[in-house]
Each structure stands twice: as C-alpha cells, then as structure tokens.
Design a protein around this ligand. Structure first.
Ligand code: AHR
Length: 324
C-alpha cells in the first residue's frame, strides 16, 4: 500500500513537472478534450505570437492545453510527445523544428491511438501515414511571392543585373527548404537574377546580423538584394548594412517574410521594401481540427491560411496593426 502511494505521488509530481502545463485535472475543461502541444521555442516574434494565439484559442474553445516549449531542440520535442502519450492526451500537435527523425515517436503515438496534428511545419515520413494533417502556411508560395515582387521591382527600377544575398531559415526545416525552392524556381526564369550565396541564419536575429557581416565582407556593395527568410534575421541584418555606410531599402532592396509589427514599422520607415506575410494565427484551425479528431470526424489533409504581400508598391501607411 505504502509502495503504491509512493508510486502515485511520484507519478503526480512527474505530471506536474511538465513545463508550462496546467496541473493534472485542470486540463479537462468544457470540451473534455486535452491537447498536448510541443512548440519549437521562442526564436522569433512570429513564434511568440503563434504560442499566444494557440493558448488564447484553446481557452476560447474550452480545450485543456498541455504546452511545452522545446527551446529549439528536437530531443526536447520528442521527450514532450512521449510525456503526452504517457498522460494519454486526446490529441497531440507539434511544430517540428526539422523534417527528419520523427518516425519512432510518431509510431508510438499511433500505437497508443493518439492522433497527431502537424502545426506550422511538415515532416518527412516517406510513405508512412503517421500524422492526420498539416495546419500551416504554404511556404513555397511565400518564396514565389517574394521572387515575384523582386521581378516587378527590378522592372520598375530598370535593373539589368540583380545580385542576391539569401539568409535562410533553420537548415532542414520546412520553411527554409520551401521558401528557397519557391524563390529559386521563380527567379530562374529571369536572366538578370543571380543568387551570390545562401547561408543559414537559423531564423535568429543574432545570426541575421552575423550573416550580413559575412556578406558585406565578401561582396560589399555588389549586393543588390537581401532576401531573408524571416523578420527576425532581417531586423538583425539592417543595422549591419547601415554600419557599412549603405542605406537599406535604397542601396540594397530588402525582402523579408513574416509580417510582425516590428518589421512592418521598418517597412513604413523605408528600410524594408517587401514583407511576405506568414501568419502565426493557426490556433483556431488547430482547435477545430482537434475537436473533429476527438469526435472521429474526417479532417482536411492540408490547411493553408490566406496570406498577402506588404510592400512599397502600395501605401504602407494603411497597413493595420498586426497584433504580434
Ligand atoms: O515556421 C515559421 C517560421 O518560423 C517563421 O517564419 C519564423 O519567424 C519562425 O521562427
């Protein structure tokens, strides 16, 4: 009996120790649905806005949310998913930091009969059917929209040669691979376009600054365009361009992705030329999908939100507050 009580006590402490989670019992709210969500980290305003949106929507839909922040580490995400399985949540959702390496833990979830929703990013599971659906942006289209803006801008400025420095997101992540592919496939048709080099900025502001210093040292004012895969890296890169005596937005065209308030303010100042939107507001679709899965209803395989382009081609003073 004492042994059993000690075991139950240890189990309770283990459940309570889940970082960022509510106490066991508190998760079961109006819908009776408990959702385990493993977030990548807090690397950007986008990510922080995404976490906040998911928390707010869980509350609004009466869903108990067990949220864990993996601090950019895949191992932490795998451990979090295993804890969700042990706790027997109804549905597991996660934003995979990279695409490879999920097979084992997802097979464990499948064996436990817990449906998995991919949020924001995709995985590479080959032919295996380990997840129910993906709720996230069309990253390939974002790369296409960035390139289409650049081609229009080069036409408007009458540029004969366009040399591009690309700062990419986390290597082997879906947004990095697909934004790059969409951009490259689109500029390929235009002989003026040349990518000088693409380097990994890991979606971080500090890395954006480092990458920009590297580009300026190597190519100087040969660079006509900086294409950065997220706002955080763009905001890190801009002061470096200024320190080099160049005017971002004028001497160098600056193209970013996300559309957070800070980047939109810099667009309004004229130091960014174009921001392709990537909305972090995926919480509503996530909650509605989780409820459908709990009720054994079918769900759409891919849910992409509508996204737009903010650029100096329009009156940027009219852009409404972004909320993240
Ligand atoms: O996966 C979405 C990307 O991840 C966003 O563009 C970036 O800002 C975030 O960290």
């Amino acid at each position: 009996m004492i042994k059993r009580n000690v075991f139950l006590l240890i189990l309770a402490i283990f459940i309570l120790s889940l970082s960022g989670c509510k106490k066991a019992g508190e998760e079961r709210t109006d819908t009776g649905l408990v959702l385990g969500f493993s977030q990548i980290g807090s690397e950007s305003a986008w990510r922080i806005g995404n976490t906040k949106d998911i928390e707010e929507q869980a509350e609004a839909y009466g869903i108990g949310l067990m949220l864990e922040n993996a601090n950019q580490k895949q191992d932490n995400q795998i451990a979090a998913i295993r804890r969700f399985i042990a706790y027997r949540v109804d549905v597991i959702a996660f934003s995979p930091v990279v695409e490879e390496g999920w097979d084992n833990v997802l097979k464990e979830a499948k064996e436990a009969g817990i449906p998995i929703i991919l949020v924001d990013r995709d995985i590479n599971a080959g032919e295996q059917d380990l997840t129910t659906c993906l709720i996230g942006a069309d990253f390939y289209k974002e790369g296409v929209m960035a390139a289409e803006y650049l081609i229009r801008k080069a036409d408007a400025l009458g540029l004969e040669q366009v040399r591009i420095a690309e700062i990419t997101g986390t290597e082997n992540s879906t947004p990095m691979r697909q934004r790059h592919a969409g951009f490259m496939d689109t500029i390929e048709k235009d002989p003026r376009m040349q990518v000088l080099e693409s380097i990994d900025g890991d979606f971080l502001k500090s890395r954006g600054a480092e990458c920009m210093r590297y580009f300026l040292d190597k190519y100087g004012d040969e660079i006509d365009v900086v294409f950065s895969h997220n706002d955080e890296m763009t905001i890190g890169a801009i002061p470096e361009i200024e320190k080099a005596g160049l005017a971002p937005g004028k001497d160098m065209l600056i193209i970013s992705i996300d559309g957070g308030q800070e980047a939109i303010n810099v667009l309004k100042e004229g130091k960014i030329n174009c921001v392709v939107e990537c909305t972090p507001k995926l919480g509503k679709a996530l909650m509605e999908t989780a409820i459908r899965l709990k009720n054994n209803e079918s769900v759409e395989k891919i849910i992409h939100p509508e996204e737009q382009v903010f650029s100096d081609e329009t009156d940027v003073s009219l852009i409404a507050p972004r909320g993240y």
